[in-house]
Unconditional design. Structure first.
Length: 90
């Protein structure tokens, strides 16, 4: 993915997520790193948490990168998660 300007919109992909996690939880967690445009959480009802993921849309690329720096390979709701850049879907 080509490098973006700091003031460009950007999104991060978060996986796996537990069934207990809501979009409000993601908004609260990722909102500490910058202003959010939107949060999406897939609604998979499958037993395995690796089937659930979220996408958080930041207003600024720098904030998205900052969230990755702090949350990638960290734990959310007791599960180690991967946080990566993704292309916004709007």
């Amino acid at each position: 993915m080509e490098e973006k300007r700091d003031d460009e919109e950007c999104a991060v992909y978060i996986y796996p997520l537990t069934k207990n996690l809501t979009s409000e939880h993601l908004r609260e967690i990722f909102g500490h790193f910058g202003k959010l445009k939107d949060v999406e959480l897939n609604k998979s009802n499958k037993e395995h948490s690796e089937d659930r993921y979220g996408v958080v849309y930041f207003e600024k690329y720098g904030d998205a990168k900052f969230s990755i720096l702090h949350l990638d390979q960290g734990e959310i709701d007791g599960t180690k998660v991967k946080v990566t850049l993704t292309k916004p879907n709007y």
